[in-house]
Design a protein around this ligand. Structure first.
Ligand SMILES: [Zn+2]
Length: 74
């Protein structure tokens, strides 16, 4: 098993970890209802994708709408 010859300094360790932060997921607005949704995915609030309805959205599916509403309110 390979063993490091030298101790990694705090500076080098922290420079390596400077890239480890998580990025927030990007959102795009829906062309149909202007709600924010994840890009390249069906809009959870209206079920449209590329200008066509591809999914039925019923009023009882609150779990889908919660995420987009949270981002939209900001
Ligand atoms: Zn939509």
């Amino acid at each position: 098993m390979p063993v490091p010859k030298f101790r990694t300094s705090a500076s080098k360790r922290d420079m390596r970890r400077s890239h480890h932060a998580l990025k927030s997921s990007s959102l795009s607005s829906c062309n149909n209802c202007a709600n924010m949704h994840r890009p390249h995915q069906v809009c959870p609030s209206c079920g449209f994708y590329k200008g066509k309805q591809v999914m039925e959205v019923s009023g009882s599916q609150e779990s889908f709408g919660e995420g987009s509403e949270k981002f939209g309110s900001e």
